[in-house]
Design a protein. Structure first.
Length: 338
């Protein structure tokens, strides 16, 4: 693999992005409720661009989650209100955002015309001036690791750790169907540059709070089999967060328990939010199900096996409508339809 480029089709776009960013102040924008791939991408891109002499900050609508803070040391993260107070104009590079709205309405308003868009979501419409989008990649961090090495930009240990964490989380610890040979090769290259898999595993998977485990108990107790046992749905309410002293960031990974049940095709987590809104996370084992198409019916999007949606407010029959859409999609795939 070393004799070839990891992402030959993106090499030209990355070269153009570097040239367009030269001499400018940069904001690396991530999505709301950031996950490992989002924070990993922001940290790594920030560190690599800073090493090139650029003035770079990261911007998020939500704070860096507790379990990802080990990646963020030495990287400046700003919230929208801090950006609003700043008089500095920055060119925006969005990472891991399927569309511009994923950064949040405030950040979409701050950066109406992004300079760059680096992402791996199937539904990404190439909304920036320069787009590096590859839906065949398992993670945005995989794309960044590849284009950095293709360009001869060796990430430092902090950036390598961030990229490794992003690949690790978005491949489900190298278990999801999107995991490729390239993922393992790039992970190995990142280890050679200072990434520590033991530290990543400890910080990401062995530091759960007691509240998170109580939240898991409540989620498991709510699980119901639907659509003839092909779909498993769990629900969390605002009261569940209050009683367990947790927050929505503690739902990370819970939906996988619903998907993991034998003979279940789709796992669903429905989070009830204030003012009648809901957020739903969808996970499946078969990429042919194209959950991104189901989520799109409710204004959401994502990947073939992992998608999400927000309804503000949700219709009174949201659960039934979602189950109907999932059941129809399952029947279509069983009938051989795309």
């Amino acid at each position: 693999m070393s004799a070839k480029l990891y992402f030959p089709e993106l090499a030209g776009a990355f070269e153009r992005l570097l040239k367009a960013a030269a001499g400018r102040k940069i904001a690396v924008v991530g999505h709301a409720r950031p996950d490992g791939d989002c924070i990993g991408s922001q940290v790594a891109l920030s560190r690599v661009l800073t090493a090139q002499g650029l003035d770079v900050v990261c911007v998020n609508s939500d704070r860096v989650p507790r379990r990802l803070q080990f990646l963020a040391g030495g990287t400046t993260f700003l919230r929208p209100e801090q950006m609003q107070k700043s008089s500095e104009e920055r060119a925006a590079i969005f990472v891991d955002c399927a569309d511009q709205a994923r950064g949040g309405e405030h950040l979409k308003g701050f950066f109406p015309k992004p300079l760059g868009n680096i992402d791996h979501h199937l539904s990404n419409p190439n909304y920036a001036e320069i787009n590096l989008v590859d839906s065949g990649a398992a993670a945005t961090c995989e794309i960044l690791a590849g284009v950095f090495l293709d360009k001869g930009l060796s990430p430092d240990a902090g950036a390598a750790q961030a990229l490794y964490a992003g690949i690790l989380t978005d491949t489900g610890q190298f278990r999801f169907p999107s995991t490729s040979r390239r993922c393992f090769i790039l992970a190995s290259e990142l280890l050679a540059r200072g990434a520590d898999p033991a530290v990543a595993a400890y910080e990401l998977y062995e530091r759960e709070s007691s509240g998170k485990l109580q939240l898991l108990q409540r989620f498991l107790a709510s699980l119901r089999l639907e659509c003839g046992g092909r779909v498993c749905v769990g629900t969390l309410s605002e009261a569940d967060y209050s009683v367990t002293e947790t927050s929505p960031e503690d739902t990370e990974g819970l939906v996988d328990y619903a998907r993991a049940i034998d003979r279940v095709d789709v796992g669903v987590l429905i989070e009830e939010r204030p003012n009648g809104s809901v957020k739903a996370s969808l996970r499946c084992k078969n990429p042919k199900l194209r959950l991104d198409l189901v989520a799109a019916q409710f204004g959401g999007g994502g990947h073939a096996c992992a998608a999400g949606l927000n309804c503000k407010p949700a219709p009174p029959d949201f659960r039934n409508r979602l189950l109907e859409a999932l059941g129809l999609r399952l029947d279509e795939v069983a009938a051989g339809k795309k």
